[in-house]
Design a protein around this ligand. Structure first.
Ligand code: FAD
Length: 378
């Protein structure tokens, strides 16, 4: 996704590459089969820095220290203002859910421990549990669900620490009129599996091309309803999976420990591990909502997923139709079925080499724009 946005930069070189999850030193989850990128651990601050650099290169200036206190006017507004979203509250959208776990301690520490730095380490001692994540440099992220401060060796210095409560919540709707929500403003859940930021970036990418088409006068505002139809189930699935997984993996207490001991052998099965890693990486996201058309419609297409633009693989006659409705479209000659790929790397349309059929589908999903077509890109 970051590569598509032109914001990947040197992150893969700076990241820690994860190979496994170890429990009390033994490999319990092998992640080596993830060939596409592997599992990378990188500071969120660096990801945000790369995104800011990209915005700046595109000429966008961020207005810092400018809190939103009220919402008015008829422009589009996307509330990406986090779990306590003022935009969500102002729009009167409920944030439904409940707390999952109290007293969750998180610390980033400098330490030289005799541990493999390509693994997440889970140390279980009876009902107590500590998880250690290797971060770039000599930093370890220490998570203790019961607020405990055990570490496997001396800590040289604490970078920062915080105790927090994990909630599971999702906005009742992602759109109210011209107000839309994305990221933590729309959903929050346990950090287990590391999916919060990734899900939010996925929201933003899904929404961006739709909003661009509406603002450019190429699509009706009804297209924006497909944003919620496609993205809500993705976050709902994350919430549904991470809440029981968090209780199962992290909740202190003898009962949970017994349940864990009893069910753990299942987790070591390769088929279960593959499913877990594919789900947590979100590489298996497929949009089966109102935009999915033709065989494999809505599926990710990794081969064409790096441009961040519309891509048409097929004859030039279909290309003309696509450019007329969508504007900027990259072209690849291709025999067989014509494929139209969305800027977010998912398959939009697959069909015979028929400009009429493609045109009919574009007319159906883009509808009749409410605003006149702009000729410049925005
Ligand atoms: C312990 C922990 C570990 C995590 N680990 C991972 C992980 O491994 N992988 C992963 O993908 N995710 C992880 N996450 C989740 C991730 O940090 C969040 O999902 C992500 O930061 C959400 O991004 P966001 O932009 O939606 O919201 P935020 O990061 O909360 O950003 C909201 C922004 O809006 C601004 N803002 C707020 N109110 C206003 C206002 N009234 N006016 C103007 N601006 C406002 C804020 O200043 C901020 O800049 C973790 C979270 C936690 C707590």
């Amino acid at each position: 996704m970051l590569a598509r946005l032109g914001a990947l930069g040197d992150l893969p070189d700076k990241a820690v590459r994860l190979r496994s999850l170890r429990i009390n030193g033994e490999v319990a989850l092998d992640m080596n089969f993830l060939r596409e990128a592997g599992q990378l651990i990188v500071s969120q601050a660096w990801v945000e820095e790369r995104l800011r650099d990209r915005l700046s290169a595109l000429g966008v200036e961020i207005e810092w220290n400018t809190p939103i206190s009220a919402v008015s006017g008829r422009d589009w507004l996307v509330g990406c203002d986090g779990a306590h979203s003022a935009v969500r509250k102002t729009a009167g959208i409920a944030f439904e859910g409940q707390p999952v776990m109290e007293n969750f301690l998180l610390r980033d520490v400098h330490a030289e421990w005799d541990l493999d730095r390509e693994s997440i380490h889970l140390f279980v001692d009876g009902p107590r549990m500590t998880t250690l994540f290797p971060l770039p440099g000599d930093i370890w992220r220490v998570m203790s669900p019961d607020g405990g401060r055990w570490t496997p060796g001396p800590v040289d210095a604490v970078v920062w620490e915080s105790t927090f409560r994990i909630h599971r919540r999702q906005a009742a709707t992602y759109r109210r009129g011209n107000v839309l929500l994305a990221g933590d403003a729309a959903h929050i859940h346990s950090p287990l599996g590391g999916q919060g930021m990734n899900t939010g970036l996925g929201d933003a990418e899904n929404l961006a091309w739709k909003l661009a088409l509406v603002v450019q006068g190429r699509a009706s505002a009804a297209l924006l309803d497909t944003y919620e139809a496609e993205r809500r189930p993705v976050a709902a699935r994350v919430l549904a999976a991470t809440t029981p997984a968090t209780r199962w993996a992290l909740q202190p207490g003898r009962m949970t420990q017994r349940l864990r001991d009893f069910t753990w052998p299942l987790m070591t099965l390769p088929v279960v591990q593959r499913r877990l890693v594919r789900a947590a990486s979100q590489l298996d996201v497929r949009y089966s909502g109102p935009l999915a058309a033709g065989r494999r419609g809505g599926q990710r297409v990794p081969a064409f997923a790096r441009t961040g633009r519309w891509v048409l693989a097929g004859p030039a006659t279909c290309l003309e139709v696509a450019r007329e409705r969508l504007g900027d479209v990259v072209h690849h000659e291709r025999a067989g079925d014509t494929l139209l790929m969305r800027p977010d790397g998912h398959l939009a349309w697959r069909g015979p080499n028929s400009p009429e059929r493609l045109s009919a589908w574009l007319n159906e999903v883009l509808g009749v724009p409410e605003t006149p077509k702009q000729t410049t890109r925005s």
